[in-house]
Design a protein around this ligand. Structure first.
Ligand code: 5CA
Length: 438
């Protein structure tokens, strides 16, 4: 993609009304634009990151055995009346009427709808277990939308729902999702810590929030630092490892403030391991048994012919919130530092002397060669050297390929790694070899 033809409306000034760094940087790099309070347009650069994140989430869901479908954003109020949540949900639910005066709503979540689906298709223990997921826009009429896409009204969520024959089996499904979340966030370069949490309006008594530590986070958290040393191996196996991994990751004290108990914290965690911080909730998992299946009559027959409500859980990831959370976790005073896995482009190519004909030709050749199999943003504009270098740092693409005055004469380019700032001078032929066959 040539920058001269792309749509990247970056801002030179720091936007004054944005309070946190991720919101400032998303506005400055032209990733989003506010459409109205708490509602955003995803401009091309922001949308590219959103899609990358969505795809990682999807791949890890599928790996964990979940099956993708798509439910609508607009739901009928009837199902919500059956579960009792139509009244309970309160002012956060966006309620509307269709032309026949029927009550409809813009879905804030989908427990009722998916439970209705399960009641029609899962009749026997032979149909279970099943975990279904979708990645769909949600609407919550937040009283105080703030921090850009971090807490907004319209946001993209991945929500999965597990259906099992017994509580024991349900807990196995919960463990698989728990592991899938750890892997998902790790792939994005994030350390997300599972914390015991209140289940709030979703319900149930088994629930964990996945939280990224950041000073600008909305939740106060209390953890045992040793949890920060844990990692998930690439070759973990859902069948055999899920339960152990949940045990490993829940052995240390780690809670959000609504579950905090000072006495237990001080008893369980030595002074040297205590860490009180703030964090951003990027995912939340719940096991609530028959809370929805009972009122919505989603029953299955077990192997002995007995009919029982299905045991269920739900598992959410804030896909659009993750874009901001990643920036909170990965930036410096020059701008964003995208982890490779979510970067909108693999490389940015800077031609620092575009008026030099030979250099322009060389840049074209390099641009064409690399972009055959990689995504590359080519700054072919006539902006000043300083502006180009600053913009490349601001937008945070992991690798910068820099061509300047000496490139022709010395047959070299500079390869700058955005995260460390390290610059290597490399012979152009040597560098291009890696792009020869793919
Ligand atoms: N039904 C359950 C799980 S499927 C559920 O709705 N859980 S939730 O309320 O915790 O939301 C799931 C995730 O969506 C949260 O962890 C958070 O990352 C994201 N999220 C929730 N509210 C907002 C919001 N107003 N703006 C942006 N992201 C949000």
């Amino acid at each position: 993609m040539r920058l001269s033809e792309y749509f990247l409306p970056t801002l030179k000034e720091f936007p004054k009304d944005a309070e946190i760094i991720s919101h400032q940087l998303m506005l400055r790099t032209g990733m989003i634009r506010q459409a109205s309070s708490g509602i955003y347009v995803w401009l091309p650069f922001g949308y590219a990151v959103l899609k990358k994140i969505e795809q990682i989430v999807r791949e890890e869901q599928v790996r964990a055995g979940a099956i993708e479908l798509l439910m609508p954003t607009i739901q009928s109020a009837d199902l919500w009346r059956k579960s009792g949540r139509y009244d309970d949900y309160g002012a956060e639910m966006l309620r509307m009427k269709d032309r026949h005066d029927r009550d409809i709503l813009y879905g804030p979540t989908n427990e009722e709808q998916i439970t209705d689906i399960s009641s029609h298709y899962f009749k026997s223990y032979k149909n279970l277990p099943k975990t279904l997921f979708h990645i769909q826009w949600k609407f919550r009429d937040e009283i105080r939308p703030r921090f850009g896409v971090m807490r907004c009204k319209e946001f993209l969520m991945k929500d999965s729902y597990s259906f099992d024959i017994s509580e024991e089996e349900g807990r196995i499904s919960y463990s698989r999702m728990f592991l899938s979340y750890l892997k998902t966030f790790q792939r994005m370069g994030l350390k997300a810590i599972p914390m015991e949490a209140e289940s709030g309006p979703i319900g149930g008594n088994l629930s964990h929030e996945f939280i990224i530590l950041a000073n600008t986070g909305e939740s106060k958290v209390y953890i045992d630092k040793r949890i920060l040393d844990l990692e998930i191996a690439d070759n973990v196996d859902y069948e055999n490892d899920s339960k152990n991994i949940v045990e490993e990751w829940t052995q240390y004290y780690s809670v959000t403030d609504d579950m905090y108990d000072q006495e237990t914290y001080e008893k369980k965690v030595g002074q040297e391991n205590r860490l009180e911080m703030r964090g951003i909730e990027v995912g939340h998992v719940f096991f609530f048994g028959d809370k929805y299946t009972k009122p919505l009559k989603a029953n299955v027959q077990d192997s002995e012919g007995k009919i029982n409500p299905i045991q269920s859980g739900s598992y959410g990831i804030g896909v659009s919130r993750l874009v901001a959370a990643i920036i909170e976790a990965s930036h410096d005073d020059k701008g964003i530092i995208w982890p490779k896995s979510v970067s909108p482009f693999d490389y940015v190519l800077l031609n620092l002397s575009p008026k030099d004909e030979n250099l322009a030709k060389l840049s074209e050749m390099i641009y064409k060669k690399i972009s055959q199999n990689n995504s590359l943003l080519y700054d072919d504009t006539t902006s000043s050297v300083g502006e180009k270098l600053n913009k490349a740092d601001l937008i945070g693409i992991p690798q910068q390929i820099i061509l300047g005055k000496n490139s022709i004469q010395n047959n070299t380019l500079e390869l700058k790694e955005r995260s460390s700032g390290k610059v290597q001078v490399i012979k152009i032929d040597e560098f291009l070899k890696q792009f020869n066959n793919g």
